[in-house]
Design a protein around this ligand. Structure first.
Ligand code: SAJ
Length: 421
C-alpha cells in the first residue's frame, strides 16, 4: 500500500488476459504493475503501444506512468494483490504449468503478510491449493489463508468480442478460505459488474474447464455426425439450423475443418490428465472429442482429393487457393489452427497453393506458404478454391460466382460449384 493509500496490484503476464485486467485495474484507480518478461512486449508497453487487439494504445497511454507501470519481473518489489495471468499450454500432450510456477516463485520472493494472490490461468482442479499455496508457504514461511490470502478466478476473455468484455462478463471467484474469498470479492467487485462465488477454488477451476470442454465435446459431436450423415445424404447444417429453433435446451455448434485456438484443444486435456492420474482412465468423452476434432484436417484433405479427382485431377500439381489460415474468423491467431494444418499438408502432397488471410502476421508463417492479397485473387485460374477460415473481410458470394470449384468448410456460401465437408 502506498502512502497515498493506493493498493498496489501486480498482474503477472501482459497477454490477452493480463493486459485488459491491468488496464481495468488502473482505470478504477489501483496502482498497477504490468509484469511482463518478454522484452519486446515490455518495450512496446513502455512506449505506450498495445499489441493486444482489445486494448488500444491510447488507453495504455492514458494510464502509463500514472498508475500503470509495465515492468520486468526482477523489478517487482511489493504488491497488495497479485494476479497470475500466464499461459497454461500443453507440452507433449500434457499440462505445462511451468509459466505458472515461475510466476508463483516470482511472487514468493516479494510476498508480504496480508497480501492476496489470485490465479486466473486455466488449469486442472487442485492447482491452486496443491501447487500454488504450498510453494508460496515454502518460499516465505507464511501460512496461506492466515498470513496471506489466496483465490482462483478463471479468465473469460474472448478476444475480439465487442459485446462481452472484462467488466460486463460475470466473473467466477473463489478463495481457499472465507478470509481469502472476501478479499478476492473486494478486489474484483471494483472491476466487474457481477461476481459469481463458488464453494471453493476447485469448483472455480473445474467451472472454467467445463465451459470449454462443453464446446469441444459438442463440436466433436457435430463433426462426427457430419462425417456419418454424408453417407445418408443428409444436410446436417440444415438439420442444425432447424434444431437451433428450439428455444430451450439446445445450443447450435457447427461442423468445421477442426478445432483450433489455445482454449478448446488444450483446456479439456488438463481435466482428463488430472483424472487419468487418479483413476488411470481419464475422461473418455474428452479424449474421444479431441480425437474426432483432430481428425478433421485429414477429412478436409480427403474432400479436396475427392473433388479434384472428380474433375480428373490429382492434388499433386493442382492449383488451389485457400481462404484463411487463422483458427477462427477475424483473428490473427494461428495456434492449433486446422486451416494452417490443411495448407501445410496440401503443400506436402504437391499442390500449388496460394493463401489469402488479411489477419495473420506474414512473418509468423512457414516460408513454404505463399500469401497473396485478396485483390490479387483471380479465382478462375485455380482448380479449387477452399474456404478454411471464414474471415468477414471477403465477398464469398462473388468468390462462388467466379471460382470453378469451391470447397466451403464453413458452409457460408452456396452454388452448383460449391461443395461442403
Ligand atoms: N468451432 C467449430 N464449430 C463451432 C464452434 C467453433 O468448429 O460450432 C471451431 C472454431 O473454428 C475454432 C475452435 O472451434 O477453430 C474454437 O472456437 P471457439 O468459438 O470456441 O473460440 P475460442 O477457442 O476463442 O474460445 C473462446 C473461449 N473463451 C474463453 O476461454 C475465455 C470460449 O469459452 C468461448 O465460448 C469462445 O471463445 C467464444 O464464445 O467465442
Amino acid at each position: 500500500m502506498l502512502k497515498n493509500n493506493l493498493k498496489e496490484i501486480a498482474v503477472i503476464g501482459q497477454g490477452y488476459v493480463g493486459l485488459p485486467l491491468a488496464i481495468r485495474a488502473a482505470e478504477v484507480g489501483y496502482l498497477v504493475y504490468g509484469v511482463e518478461k518478454e522484452k519486446r512486449r515490455l518495450e512496446l508497453l513502455k512506449q505506450g503501444t498495445s499489441y493486444i487487439g482489445d486494448i488500444s494504445s491510447e488507453i495504455v497511454q492514458k494510464y502509463l506512468d500514472r498508475n500503470y507501470f509495465p515492468i520486468p519481473p526482477e523489478e517487482l518489489k511489493q504488491y497488495d494483490v497479485a494476479v497470475i495471468t500466464v499461459p497454461t499450454p500443453l507440452h507433449d500432450g500434457e499440462p505445462d504449468l511451468s509459466y505458472v510456477i515461475d510466476a508463483v516463485d516470482l511472487l514468493g520472493r516479494s510476498l508480504r503478510k496480508g497480501a492476496l494472490v489470485i490465479l486466473e490461468s486455466t488449469t486442472y482442479p487442485g492447482t491452486t491449493e496443491e501447487i500454488l499455496c504450498p510453494r508460496l508457504e515454502q518460499a516465505t514461511g507464511l501460512i496461506a489463508g492466515i498470513d496471506f490470502y489466496v483465490g482462483y478466478s478463471p479468465e473469460r476473455i474472448d478476444p475480439g468480442n465487442k459485446i462481452w468484455q472484462l467488466s460486463n462478463t460475470p466473473k467466477i471467484i473463489s478463495g481457499i478460505n472465507k478470509e481469502s474469498l472476501e478479499r478476492v470479492r473486494d478486489f474484483y467487485s471494483k472491476l466487474v459488474q457481477t461476481v459469481v462465488v463458488t464453494k471453493g477454488t476447485k469448483e472455480a477451476e473445474l467451472a472454467k474447464l467445463l465451459e470449454n470442454t462443453f464446446r469441444q465435446v459438442n463440436i466433436a459431436l457435430v463433426n462426427e455426425l457430419m462425417m456419418h450423415t454424408k453417407q445418408l445424404d443428409v444436410d446436417i447444417w440444415n438439420a442444425i439450423e432447424a434444431a437451433a429453433t428450439k428455444p430451450f435446451g439446445f445450443m447450435p455448434f457447427y461442423p468445421g475443418p477442426g478445432v483450433g485456438g489455445h482454449c478448446l484443444p488444450v483446456d479439456p486435456v488438463y481435466l482428463s490428465w488430472k483424472i487419468r492420474n487418479l483413476n488411470r482412465q481419464g475422461v473418455r468423452l474428452v479424449e474421444l472429442a479431441n480425437e474426432i476434432n483432430s481428425m478433421m484436417p485429414d477429412f478436409v484433405i480427403k474432400r479436396v482429393t475427392e473433388i479434384l479427382n472428380n474433375s480428373g485431377k490429382s492434388v499433386k500439381g493442382s492449383k488451389i487457393l485457400c481462404y484463411g489460415l487463422a483458427y477462427k474468423a477475424d483473428t490473427s491467431d494461428l495456434r492449433e489452427s486446422p486451416a494452417y494444418e490443411v495448407v501445410l499438408e496440401l503443400l506436402r502432397l504437391g499442390a500449388e497453393i496460394k493463401v489469402i488471410d488479411g489477419f495473420v502476421n506474414p512473418s509468423e508463417l512457414d516460408p513454404l506458404i505463399t500469401l497473396i492479397s485478396k485483390s490479387e485473387a483471380n479465382h478462375q485460374e485455380y482448380d479449387l478454391v477452399a474456404i478454411l477460415t471464414d474471415h468477414s473481410d471477403i465477398d464469398y458470394n462473388n468468390l462462388a460466382k467466379e471460382a470453378r470449384q469451391v470447397l466451403d468448410t464453413r458452409h457460408i456460401v452456396s452454388g452448383d460449384n460449391v461443395y461442403y465437408l
